[in-house]
Design a protein around this ligand. Sequence first.
Ligand code: FES
Length: 159
Amino acid sequence: MALEFSPEARKRADEILSRYPQDRKKSAVVPLLHLAQEEWGYVTPEAMVCVADMIGCSPVKVAEIATFYPMYNKQPVGKYEIHVCHTLPCALTGCAEVLGYLSEKLGLQPGETGEDKRFTLKKIECLAACDRGPVMLVNKTLYTNLTPEKIDDILKSLE
Ligand code: FES
């Protein structure tokens, strides 16, 4: 059976589609993939087919976009996705130490998700907070000027 958005997500999808002219529905692929990821946690091949049907293009074209951008998860992730910036300015402020600290605390290497599905640890490119490194993004929240103590507090604050 084909995958379908929930009624709430379908409403949001329709709102997204309404922003584009009829002959430009394909341009909605990026926000619809974001919506699919919110809806199902990650972008499955079935979700790509669902998005392709909505915008009237081939699933292969949607898959090309979904696989090009690293922000789309192609496999399940933890409840908290921790992205540590490892671009040069953050590298100069100690992002390797932050990554090492998190890796040790969570028992995860970058790219891994814990068995309890609580955390996924990832490296990411610049988060546009280069003057406040080291930096990490936990789901949609940005944390800056990280220290081990600050990281401990952040992890404690996550339910
Ligand atoms: S280099 Fe890390 S936020 Fe820009």
